[in-house]
Design a protein around this ligand. Structure first.
Ligand code: NAP
Ligand code: G4F
Length: 327
């Protein structure tokens, strides 16, 4: 039986990865903050089948003690302050967690379990407004937010530990991936939840920022499989993980509202508070290396993804109407 350790196990990706690894027969350990800002509802169905360790990604001593006791074969670093706008408000905290936290977990691994394999959750945000499209492993990075700059540090320190210490440490440069477990602040979930709640009369309007921004949106459940495949390779390498298709925020809104039986033009209002001065306008990935070497391709397309999220949010809104759920 292999053992995996997941930081960020209470997040969207961490919960899907834990599902996937438990299903594969792994012993799964996860890092949980003592004062978790989210709840552990995304992993509640796994209680009893995973082991949770209290700690923080920025606390080197705690990480060393956990890794010494667990002795994992694979470490997945998914923990981060992952919301781009918040990284402008909490810049040092975001840099510490999303950037320096990667050095902490790598250093803990080097000391406690140097033979383990390491996955770093790098991000397409590192490309910024890239000089070429689609973006691949060879595209230069031009980060446009503290979040992206911190991710770039995490990306390079992962390469450095591989080259200097011989660790099996790799990065997946993942483009946006969503699911019914996505945080409410991200645009996909904000839109699908609002469409459901407007349909059932729980809300009337949806304030949004830039409708022209384009992203390459995939399904999180597909992306965690790519993460695992990267750690099963004969040699450590970085990979872009993407669908290769981009859509605008207005495409997203139109598909979601249509699924809910609504005309989005009657409900969406533009609110400058959600516009980003340093916007990343268009991201779309070239995942041909992942297709060839990992044998990975996404199973779910954009419309299926958004329909599934709307359907899930309609279910939650109905439960809320019946008094079985809090807003
Ligand atoms: P998410 O839902 O925001 O989850 C973030 C996780 O990090 C949560 O479990 C959170 O714990 C944990 N965390 C935050 N600060 C921490 C700290 N100081 N110590 C320990 N844990 C901490 O993010 P996600 O969408 O699953 O993304 C997973 C990773 O992939 C992140 O690193 C993200 O930046 C990266 N990424 C995501 C995407 C995407 O489209 N989803 C694309 C590229 C890269 P709490 O529950 O306690 O808050
Ligand atoms: O959903 P978003 O907040 O995701 P963003 O900034 O692309 O970042 C996500 O994907 C990254 C991978 O590229 C991850 F690394 C990161 O952790 C995170 O998971 O915004 C998507 C787009 C942006 O262009 C934003 O300006 O949607 C636009 N948008 C328009 N109106 C909005 C809104 N975004 C949000 N969150 N809220 C709005 O009202």
């Amino acid at each position: 039986m292999k053992t995996a350790f997941i930081t960020g196990i209470t997040g969207q990706d961490g919960s899907y990865l834990a599902d996937f690894l438990v299903e594969k027969g792994y012993r799964v350990g996860g890092l949980v903050r003592p004062s978790s800002s989210g709840s552990s509802q995304r992993i509640a169905h796994l209680f009893g089948r995973i082991e949770l360790f209290s700690g923080d990604l920025t606390d080197l001593g705690g990480l060393i003690r956990i890794l010494e006791s667990l002795q994992p074969d694979e470490v997945y670093n998914l923990a981060a302050q992952s919301f781009v706008p918040l990284s402008w408000e909490q810049t040092l905290l975001s840099s510490q967690v999303t950037g320096l936290g990667v050095a902490a977990i790598l250093e803990a691994m080097r000391l406690a379990c140097p033979g383990a394999r390491f996955y770093q959750a790098s991000s397409s945000e590192m490309f910024g407004n890239a000089p070429e499209s689609p973006q691949s492993e060879r595209t230069p990075f031009t980060p446009r937010s503290p979040y992206a700059a911190a991710k770039l540090f995490g990306h390079w320190i992962t390469v450095n530990y591989r080259e200097n210490f011989g660790l099996f440490s790799v990065s997946g440069i993942c483009f946006n991936h969503e699911s019914p477990r996505r945080g409410l602040e991200f645009v996909s979930r904000k839109v699908t939840r609002a469409a459901a709640r407007i349909q059932l009369g729980l809300e009337a309007k949806l304030p949004l920022g830039n409708l022209e921004a384009r992203r390459d949106w995939g399904f999180a459940g597909d992306y965690v499989q790519a993460m695992w495949r990267m750690l099963q390779q004969p040699a450590p390498e970085d990979f872009v993980i993407a669908t290769g298709v981009s859509h605008s925020v207005s495409d997203l809104v139109s598909i979601a509202f249509e699924r809910a039986g609504l005309d989005w033009r009657k409900h969406v209002v533009i609110d400058p508070a959600f516009q980003r001065p340093a916007e990343v306008h268009h991201l779309v990935g070239d995942a041909s290396k992942a297709r060839e070497k990992l044998g990975w391709k996404p199973a779910m397309d954009f419309q299926q993804l958004i329909h599934g999220m709307v359907d899930h949010d309609l279910e939650l809104a109905r439960e809320e109407l019946q008094g079985a759920r809090k807003p």
